[in-house]
Design a protein around this ligand. Structure first.
Ligand code: AMP
Length: 254
């Protein structure tokens, strides 16, 4: 399974990603974590992005796209992954399409965790204040001012992805303001082959094939047609055409 978690900072993408990792055995690919790792390790990329990240702005598309392209190639990502924090711009999404196409794979779903920005800001400000009071370390971009900047970046550059993925019919939206377990349940529902996924199938989401239970063997008087494979069964229109043809009255259709 290949998923994208879409949502502003603080929406709970990381928390939900961890649950999905545990449930589906996927790897979580967080561009934020990868970039922070590069900064910490003092790599050339780290030097390039440090100030940008500290300001709460978005790093250049080419930098992030190259990191993701390389990471997706790793063996642990073969059985599936969750992209957390990527893509964040339309050019990144276009680049991701190209990367996936080249590898002959496709996205299963894009989960949008929808939140109310004002409530989110309050929630995060409270969390930062609590962490500060407990003396816990904060990230450089974990302060209310930078947070506002990160939310503004999300609104301006990332929200167009909602329409982008809706058009591709892979978007699933869940209410991120609900309690964490409820968000998890909503995501599970969006990914499971229930009514939501049936709608998803119409939307272009890939569904697992249902395996039909074996039908009991019928006696010689049984209805054999029910044992024939679907493709071999004629639709009623096809049956009528065959009857007309047998009677010499069939008309070729364009
Ligand atoms: P996150 O931990 O996902 O909130 O990311 C932290 C910071 O890393 C962001 O504020 C950006 O500066 C940078 N970043 C992470 N992912 C991306 C991305 N896909 N495109 C551009 N910048 C990113």
């Amino acid at each position: 399974m290949r998923l994208i978690l879409l949502g502003p900072p603080g929406a709970g993408k990381g928390t939900q990603a961890l649950r999905l990792v545990a449930k589906y055995g996927l790897v979580q690919l967080s561009t934020g974590d990868m970039l922070r790792g590069a900064v910490k390790a003092g790599t050339p990329i780290g030097h390039r992005v440090k100030d940008i990240m500290d300001r709460g702005a978005l790093c250049p598309d080419d930098v992030v796209v190259n990191i993701v392209a390389e990471r997706i190639e790793q063996p642990d990502a073969r059985k599936g992954f969750i992209l957390d924090g990527f893509p964040r711009t339309v050019p990144q999404a276009v680049a991701l399409d190209r990367i996936l196409k080249k590898r002959g794979i496709a996205l299963d779903a894009v989960i949008e965790i929808k939140v109310d920005e004002d409530a989110l800001l309050k929630r995060i400000e409270t969390r930062i204040a609590e962490m500060t009071a407990r003396g816990e370390p904060l990230r450089a971009d974990d302060n209310p001012q930078v947070l506002r900047q990160r939310l503004a970046a999300y609104r301006a550059q990332t929200t167009p992805l909602v329409a982008y993925y809706r058009k591709k019919k892979v978007l699933r939206t869940v209410d991120g303001m609900a309690p964490i377990p409820d968000v998890t349940t909503a995501i599970d529902k969006a990914l499971s082959p229930g009514p939501a996924a049936r709608a998803g199938a119409a939307d272009g989401i890939k569904r697992k094939r249902r395996i039909k239970p074996m039908e009991p063997r019928l006696g010689i008087m049984g209805n054999k047609s029910s044992k024939r494979p679907q493709a071999a069964r004629k639709s009623s229109a096809a049956r009528k055409r065959a009857t007309r043809k047998a009677k010499g009255g069939d008309i070729a259709r364009p």
